[in-house]
Design a protein around this ligand. Structure first.
Ligand code: SIN
Length: 297
């Protein structure tokens, strides 16, 4: 058991014991023995401090309702409504904050987004001016094989940058294409990308400072259709490949094998994630919330 001591909003120090078990050397921790439907402000303050420290938190054996998932997520901040994906907006009826991610098809209609495809490394909604600060993902049904989700520590990737690569990118930005999602599907209402230099999407610095921890992290979004403004297309591709080859080294990530009842909450400001594909013959149903964030600086 780890004793977390941290400052309350009134300035006094709280002692809150959380049973915290790091899940890898790279990133993430499991917090044991907590029912997320029942936590109080003091326990949440300790969870939040652990989130900033470990970047990804895992809670197992949760039986909470969708409304409780929304209430827990809202403790981190105001929530986004579900974004449109390849099948339009796929939220839980009456709860626009919950996006369904699923491969399940009922009566010929997909009940959620992203199907059973692999999702490449990305940070959620990087193509927006104000990407979400974080996301919570609740596993309702999981396949026996595949569908694991990887999380990558972008602080570590930044800290380990070779000097020359750091020098090359420190004042550069990336234009984050908004037309295609991480499973490769075109978003509803998006046009086919013609020229990646002019396709729509927000521009953010490659190196950002986390607004709460003040630590620097790489911010890459996703590789597909990314472009570094100010460089020729060819130079942009070469430099992006170099940054991605550095960032996606195994030493920076961990993959989570889901069990039904797991909730994972990640900090989008200092992580990327990806998902393995899985057989379409098995079912996977996940409910996701997203916490509103600020413009990366
Ligand atoms: C995602 O947000 O990219 C999907 C993660 C997952 O389905 O595990």
């Amino acid at each position: 058991m780890e004793l977390e001591q941290h400052q309350s909003s009134e300035g006094s120090f709280l002692d809150t014991s959380l049973d915290i078990d790091p899940v890898s050397d790279a990133i993430g921790a499991e917090i044991k023995g907590i029912d997320l439907a029942l936590i109080n402000d003091q326990t949440f303050a300790a969870i939040h401090a652990a989130w900033l420290k470990y970047n990804v938190l895992l809670f197992r054996d949760q039986t909470i309702s969708d409304s409780d998932l929304v209430a827990f997520s809202r403790r981190f901040g105001e929530l986004d409504e579900s974004p449109p994906n390849e099948n339009g907006v796929m939220s839980v009826p009456g709860l626009p904050e919950i996006l369904i991610l699923s491969n399940v098809i009922e009566n010929g209609v997909a009940i959620g987004s992203l199907g059973n495809e692999e999702c490449i490394w990305h940070t959620d909604m990087n193509y927006n001016e104000r990407p979400p600060m974080g996301s919570a993902l609740f596993a309702l049904e999981v396949p026996p094989k595949g569908g694991n989700t990887g999380f990558l520590n972008m602080y570590r990737a930044f800290d380990a940058l070779p000097v020359e690569l750091h020098r090359k990118i420190e004042r550069l930005t990336i234009k984050h294409d908004s037309t295609t999602n991480s499973a490769g599907f075109r978003r509803v209402g998006s046009e086919e990308v013609g020229d990646i230099r002019t396709s729509p999407g927000a521009i953010h610095p490659i190196i950002r400072t986390h607004p709460e921890t003040k630590r620097k992290a790489l911010y890459l979004g996703r590789r597909r259709y990314a472009y570094i403004p100010g460089l020729s297309l060819e130079d942009s591709e070469v430099l992006l490949d170099e940054i991605w080859a550095h960032t996606t080294q195994e030493q920076f990530y961990w993959h989570h094998k889901w069990r039904a009842g797991d909730i994972v909450v990640w900090d989008n400001r200092c992580t990327m994630h990806r998902r393995d594909d899985f057989p379409q013959s098995s079912r996977r149903i996940m409910h996701r919330t997203q916490i509103k964030g600020d413009q990366p600086h």
